[in-house]
Design a protein around this ligand. Structure first.
Ligand code: OKP
Ligand code: ZN
Length: 339
């Protein structure tokens, strides 16, 4: 299996985040990717597929903002990483304001996602890493490819960042795959946290299936998305499937949800699967509360492989840094890393 990793992703290294009311060291650190890379073996770098596939998913003004935000922050006389401190509450007018603090609020939904001088570069190469993995699967459709992406993407919407995410790598790959005629395309998100950005992007889309297994948002971030009654809207009604699970979920409780997800993916006639893979379902994850064990990641990989559909796996979360590499390697072994 081809693995793709681009070192330019490491440039994004925020100092700290606002976590449960206090400052903590940034969880989504560059060593996450380095430890995964060391565990999974050789990877090819990303090829530059340009802005078009990114602009097909994200709003033009948002993309412009991402590229200038830190410069504007510094120009205002600020130091360190750029953070929002005020947000347009639901139903406020969509004002086109210039001040950096207003723009930070307009284009984000949390304070967990600081912007550094190098965030755009890293996010751009994270998206290109994902697109290169798609390209590898296109060249050899019987295979699977793994994109070692970071920053992750599944919390980023068409015009917003959040949850450590700036560009929605899975959505960009799914939209590009469809454009290339590889559909029907489905996205399965197995990160601990609901992929609210991906859901929003395709919520009214009648032929993009989005399925997510995640911690119940009544108790867990991102709270405002991912409830079981969110099923899509308009022409897209029925193409979103949310399978929230309680804290403490272990493999025995996880596997039936996976069966349900696979049923929907098969009923969709899926020819290309984009898998948003987070290893934060691991019992030892410092910010999450499921109870999967190392061996369970092999089972997860095997189950995905048993679908027999071309699969592009995109790395999302996973914060137990000392076990992260072996958990991801275990998943790839199950998925068929040796084929
Ligand atoms: C990103 B991914 C909780 C703060 C929440 C953001 C979590 C983002 C997870 N105290 N911090 O889905 O792994
Ligand atoms: Zn997560």
């Amino acid at each position: 299996m081809i693995r793709v990793f681009d070192p330019r992703q490491l440039a994004h290294a925020p100092l700290r985040e606002l976590h449960n009311g206090g400052w903590t060291a940034y969880h989504e650190s560059p060593d996450r990717a380095e430890t995964i890379l060391a565990a999974i073996g050789p990877a090819i770098p990303a090829r530059d597929g340009g802005m078009a596939p990114i602009a097909a998913v994200h709003d033009a003004a948002y993309l412009e903002f991402l590229q200038v935000a830190h410069r504007d922050w510094v120009a205002t006389g600020r130091e360190g990483d750029a953070f929002a401190y005020t947000w347009p509450v639901v139903r406020r007018r969509d004002l086109d304001l210039m001040r950096i603090d207003a723009r930070l609020g307009r284009y984000s939904y949390d304070a967990a996602t600081p912007i550094t001088a190098h965030s755009w570069t890293a996010a751009y190469w994270s998206a290109q890493t994902a697109l290169t993995a798609l390209d590898e699967v296109v060249r050899n459709p019987s295979s699977a490819a793994f994109a070692l992406c970071r920053p992750p993407g599944h919390h980023a919407g068409r015009d917003y960042l959040g949850g450590y995410c700036f560009l929605n790598n899975a959505a960009i790959v799914a939209a590009e795959a469809r454009r290339q005629g590889l559909g029907p395309v489905a996205i399965l998100d197995v990160d601990y946290h609901h992929g609210n950005g991906t859901q929003d992007i395709f919520y009214e889309d009648p032929d993009m299936l989005f399925v997510s297994i995640h911690a119940d948002p009544s108790t867990d971030y991102p709270f405002y998305w991912g409830h079981a009654d969110e099923r899509g809207a308009g022409a897209g009604l029925g193409t979103t499937l949310n399978l929230p699970l309680p804290r403490g979920t272990d493999w025995a409780a996880y596997a039936p949800a996976l069966d349900q997800a696979f049923e929907a993916i098969e009923a969709h006639g899926t020819r290309l699967l984009v898998l948003s893979f987070g290893a934060d379902t691991f019992g030892g994850d410092p910010i999450s509360h499921f109870a999967l064990e190392r061996e369970d990641f092999r089972r997860l990989g095997q189950r995905v492989a048993s679908l027999n559909v071309a699969t592009v796996t995109i790395m999302e979360g996973g914060y137990a840094t000392s076990e992260l590499g072996s958990n991801v390697a275990m998943f790839l072994t199950g998925l068929g890393a040796d084929t």
